[in-house]
Design a protein around this ligand. Structure first.
Ligand SMILES: C[S@@+](CC[C@H](N)C(=O)[O-])C[C@H]1O[C@@H](n2cnc3c(N)ncnc32)[C@H](O)[C@@H]1O
Length: 251
């Protein structure tokens, strides 16, 4: 393992130990990813984590964190402890390279995307558009500090498309009963954000620290008083919502 992979892995070695308990794949998100992969017969999963959303045709998982690799299920594809910025595969080795909710963690996402293009003909990236930050009530009403953090680490969608030399962008709506516990998954189940185990699977909340305690206390008070339900009444009638998750696909 090189130094870059060691640095990249250190963060999830710290925060990712219980990841597999709250971050399970959602079947609707998974279906969108499978459609984007099309008939790719050999896939490299980059920033693969514990193996969520990993398709059966995966030939290699690239993941810098030993704690995440340790949570991969038995029988999963072989994993190499490495970073996206240096994928240990030959040029054109795979039909597709997949990266799910990971590029905002990469020290050099331009380099990582270029590596994905080098090793595969098709690149499929599930990411999040930082311009949507204020669409989510948790950020807008309780945790505006998240906006600056997300802008500092989430590449703009247009930037990702440019790195790919052009790409199709498809919104991935978040179902009201989303199985995966990513940041905006509980948009219609606000009580979930009061649970520290749920928050522990959300890297931005782990990174933000103190402001999160204040935000959670304010949310708890609004749930007890009914103020949250008054302010967000319209959401309760929706089955899914666009909160900025995007599939970016280049063929
Ligand atoms: C939110 S998890 C997503 C894991 C998995 N793709 C999923 O959808 O559950 C982000 C992952 O990116 C990994 N990561 C961080 N820096 C990376 C890098 N430079 N290259 C590849 N993966 C990296 C982390 O170790 C972590 O496993």
């Amino acid at each position: 393992m090189d130094d870059g992979a060691a640095r990249a892995g250190a963060i999830y070695d710290e925060i990712g130990r219980a990841y597999a308990s709250t971050r399970r794949p959602d079947p609707r998100v998974e279906a969108a990813i499978r459609t984007a992969l099309g008939d790719a017969a050999a896939v490299v999963n980059v920033g693969a984590g514990a193996g969520s959303y990993e398709p059966p045709q995966t030939v290699l998982a690239v993941e810098p964190s030993a704690a995440m690799i340790a949570q991969r299920p038995q029988g999963a594809a072989p994993a190499v402890q490495a970073a996206a910025e240096r994928i240990p595969l030959a040029d054109g080795a795979c039909d597709a390279a997949l990266a799910v909710l990971t590029i905002h963690h990469w020290a050099d996402p331009a380099r990582g995307v270029s590596e994905m293009r080098r090793v595969a003909r098709r690149v499929v990236i599930l990411t999040w558009d930082p311009d949507h930050a204020e669409a989510f009530w948790l950020v807008r009403d309780y945790l505006p500090e998240s906006i600056a953090l997300d802008r500092s680490r989430m590449p703009a969608i247009a930037q990702v498309c440019e790195w790919l030399g052009g790409a199709e962008v498809t919104p991935v709506p978040v179902p009201h009963d989303c199985v995966d516990g990513f940041f905006a998954a509980f948009w219609r189940r606000p009580e979930a954000y009061l649970d520290p185990r749920v928050r522990a699977g959300m890297s931005n909340l782990v990174r933000l620290g103190a402001p999160v305690d204040r935000a959670v206390a304010a949310l708890r008070a609004d749930l007890e008083s009914g103020a949250w339900h008054v302010r967000n009444r319209d959401l309760l009638a929706l089955d899914e919502i666009d909160l900025g998750y995007r599939l970016v696909v280049s063929r």
